[in-house]
Design a protein around this ligand. Structure first.
Ligand code: AOF
Ligand code: ZN
Length: 362
């Protein structure tokens, strides 16, 4: 039976884990809280960066001798392997904790097995406390490990009638400064930001994180199949962050810096590049989460490929009545094939509304 103290401790661990968002990739975000034998807080910690100490190690250090006979609450199953750091299952055992409560099992084949090791050492070990919350907090990493491709969050900003620009293509600014600042937070949490050729051509976006102190700049990716949208002098080539221009194998790229060119096969059906190949290439470069920022044609290709894991829509209380929709053709022609989503969050952002939703499993 989980007590109120168990729930409080795990919720704190989940809150701590979130502090690592944007700086732990390709590793997970993990939080850990240790209560002593009397149930008083003894130590806590979270994973700060890949290669650094795991959350459990930070918490054990803080708890010192008070870990003995206590309980450790961890958002992810303690690891069982010697990787860049030693196995946490062993560290917890040596510290003498008598109980380990973790939220989500570790799907990483190299690290899994910690729970069995703890049980074999005689430590009472349970899985599942606040699993849904912990899973949501680590969605990008868990999804990328399970699927072997980066987690994809598609973000768009539109009018209340779902349009991203007026009929004459003017679009600045539909959503508020508050909503635009919120997008920088999403960028800061992503390993890569992706846009298509239409967006590159019309907006010349810089795609950097602005206004967030200490934020890491994500990789900038432009899907420019024909290699005609990104011209010399484009803001994505300003050198402030790494950039890849994904182009078709036969595209002429003499005008682009060679280190930015990523050649990919074309989609088997449809006009652009093979989205699966793009995600594979990014995964091979260590990218575990991407923020897909538009435009509608590229977003349609991602939806058609079944490669959108989460949708964040910013809706402004504005009507246009004409102009392009947030999502172009996604290969859906009849209502029975619509991509159904479940809303996981709604929030007012300044005058706008932010809706977060995830696909309902088929
Ligand atoms: C973390 N931080 O707090 C926990 C992790 O790259 P390594 O050797 O540090 O090992 C990373 C793996 O360890 C990771 O993929 C996950 O399976 C497990 N647990 N990792 O980075 C942590 N607890
Ligand atoms: Zn570990």
């Amino acid at each position: 039976m989980d007590t109120a103290a168990d729930i409080t401790a795990m919720r704190r661990a989940i809150t701590l884990a979130a502090r690592g968002l944007g700086s732990t990739s390709p590793n997970p975000v993990v939080g850990c809280v240790i209560l002593d034998a009397a149930g008083a807080p003894a130590g806590e910690g979270f994973h700060r960066r890949a290669g650094g100490p795991h959350a459990e190690v930070h918490a054990l250090r803080e708890a010192g001798g008070r870990a003995r006979g206590g309980t450790a609450y961890v958002t992810l199953e303690p690891c069982n392997h010697t990787g860049r750091t030693g196995p946490c299952a062993q560290a917890l055992t040596e510290a003498g904790v008598s109980r380990v409560v973790y939220a989500v099992g570790d799907p990483n084949p190299q690290a899994t097995g910690g729970a069995d090791t703890l049980r074999a050492a005689g430590i009472e070990t349970t899985q599942g406390l606040l699993a849904d919350e912990a899973e949501a907090g680590n969605a990008a990493w868990l999804t990328s490990v399970r699927l072997g491709r980066p987690y994809v969050l598609w973000k768009y900003a539109a009018t209340l009638d779902g349009r991203i620009a007026a009929a004459d293509a003017t679009s600045r600014w539909i959503t508020s400064p508050e909503a635009r600042a919120d997008v920088h937070r999403l960028r800061a949490e992503a390993d890569a930001v992706i846009v298509g050729s239409g967006t590159a051509r019309t907006d010349d976006p810089q795609l950097g994180v602005r206004g967030i102190e200490g934020a890491r700049q994500p990789l900038r990716v432009v899907v420019d199949t024909a290699a005609t949208a990104v011209r010399p002098g484009a803001r994505v080539l300003d050198g402030t962050a790494p950039t890849l221009i994904a182009v078709a194998e036969d595209a002429g790229t003499a005008h682009l810096p060679s280190e930015t060119v990523l050649r990919l096969p074309r989609a088997a059906n449809g006009p652009g590049l093979d989205i699966g190949a793009l995600l594979d290439a990014l995964y091979a470069r260590g990218i575990r989460s991407v923020l897909l920022e538009g435009g509608p044609v590229l977003a349609g290709a991602f939806v058609a490929a079944g490669s959108v894991d989460k949708v964040v829509g910013y809706l402004a209380p504005v009507l246009l009545g004409a102009g392009p929709a947030a999502l172009a053709d996604a290969g859906i022609s009849t209502i029975s094939r619509a991509l159904r989503l479940e809303v996981t969050e709604t929030e007012r952002i300044g005058p706008d509304l932010r809706i977060t939703a995830v696909p309902v499993p088929a």
